[in-house]
Ligand binder design. Sequence first.
Ligand SMILES: NC(=O)C1=CN([C@@H]2O[C@H](COP(=O)(O)OP(=O)(O)OC[C@H]3O[C@@H](n4cnc5c(N)ncnc54)[C@H](O)[C@@H]3O)[C@@H](O)[C@H]2O)C=CC1
Ligand SMILES: O=C(O)[C@H]1O[C@H](OP(=O)(O)OP(=O)(O)OC[C@H]2O[C@@H](n3ccc(=O)[nH]c3=O)[C@H](O)[C@@H]2O)[C@H](O)[C@@H](O)[C@@H]1O
Length: 464
Amino acid sequence: MKVKNICCIGAGYVGGPTMAIIAQKSPEITVTVVDINEQRIAAWNDPDVEQIPIYEPGLSEVVAEARGRNLFFSTDVDAAIDAADMIFISVNTPTKTYGMGKGMAADLKYIELCARQIARVATTDKIVVEKSTLPVRTAEALKNILDNTGNGVNFQILSNPEFLAEGTAVSDLHKPDRVLIGGDLDTEAGREAIQALVAVYAHWVTKDNILTTNVWSSELSKLTANAFLAQRVSSINALSELCEVTGADIQEVSKAIGMDSRIGPKFLQASVGFGGSCFQKDILNLVYIAKSFGLHEVADYWEQVIIMNDHQKRRFAAKLVKTLYNTVSGKRIAMLGWAFKKDTNDTRESASIYVADYLLNEQAMVVVYDPKVTQEQILADLDYLGTRSEAENRTLIKVVNSAEAACEQAHAVALMTEWDAFKSLDWNSIYDQMLKPAFLFDGRRLLDRKVLEEIGFDFYAIGS
Ligand SMILES: NC(=O)C1=CN([C@@H]2O[C@H](COP(=O)(O)OP(=O)(O)OC[C@H]3O[C@@H](n4cnc5c(N)ncnc54)[C@H](O)[C@@H]3O)[C@@H](O)[C@H]2O)C=CC1
Ligand SMILES: O=C(O)[C@H]1O[C@H](OP(=O)(O)OP(=O)(O)OC[C@H]2O[C@@H](n3ccc(=O)[nH]c3=O)[C@H](O)[C@@H]2O)[C@H](O)[C@@H](O)[C@@H]1O
């Protein structure tokens, strides 16, 4: 079977970029990305392609090439489902905030709504692809809903988790380490569905890099990949604290261990803690699944990755307060960077949110600058924590539009996101504008200690 018409439900950080690349590379396939969020769809359709709702290097060029040709964004979910022979589900799967599994399990209500909508609308056979990250065995529930409430239509369910990282989404999608497709290998129809999706990716990915497995392996591999990646960050961050008390330097340790080809150099960058919408959510989900099978040692093992990450964020904030003579009350603290990593405007679970919250509890006056994050977003992130009233957040935090403005008259600077532009700031002039002693806390190991100390900063960097 040759796929001619794809629908993707969910026009977010995954649905948008993933479908843009599929459309770019497969001009003969019509790709329609649908979402219930009208504002988001309007932004994807903005005539000025720079206004698309997600900032990713290279993405606006891809959208400009394919949009209106074979890539469409719409709020008419029913029509797109009906027309498609393959439907990707790419909706959010956040951590549950209520009921059983609160704070750990993935909330699958959006997934289930999609399945019910597909079942209601579909009049022809469909291949339904899980693109969202889901707990192992979700495909079973999806199949159940589709088969029992459908219109006698045949559904094949595939798992095709996404491994792109934000900030590098376009290059990750153009050159994936692998594409993973899980399906029903035991039936002819299942194998055909798998091959239909393989053929879509084969437009630009070599067959050797397209891996096919059973559905459960595919679902579990996604959670496992994120858990392994996050575990590396927590491992190196755990050692960054040991470096600080022993005189070892975490950059040197990372390099030394990363040159062992069995360990490898990537993902060993000490930081103020990992953020992003997925690592924490997916590990909590893994922990919950393990617990639900009674595998308590397995659950505890993975939970430690989160415990360590929370500690790292708190430890950074506490170090700042302690260094500023144990009080930041009424002191101006500049925070450079709010996004959870460079080259994205995404702030979900960013370490900055938690460090700012800690400093606000200590009555600091926090002044934030991020090149891609709006004031509205920063305030919304703080309000979401619910630590204090919205009015108080607005009194205590200020958002400015340059790094220099943030640092003016500040007692300390906390460098939170590794934006390249922060490396080339005029640190001499920033130093002149700050109160003395001028403290600089590098949560990303971005800056050169020697240079900053020569300027006069009291310099602290994670892991040394
Ligand atoms: N953000 C990332 O870098 C990655 C995310 N993932 C996974 O992909 C999934 C989606 O993540 P994001 O794109 O970041 O989420 P997102 O929150 O940016 O986008 C999800 C979109 O789905 C829409 N939606 C929800 N229910 C809907 C419905 N019933 N009908 C139509 N639209 C609906 C929402 O309005 C929203 O725009 C999650 O499971 C996530 O774990 C996987 C790999 C990378
Ligand atoms: O499922 C997902 O959502 C995605 O999660 C991560 O991608 P992402 O969160 O976008 O970005 P990463 O580059 O993994 O960074 C995550 C966090 O870890 C931090 N990090 C990363 C690497 C490192 O060495 N040190 C470190 O502190 C980053 O600054 C960031 O806060 C994975 O890398 C993707 O493969 C996966 O698809």
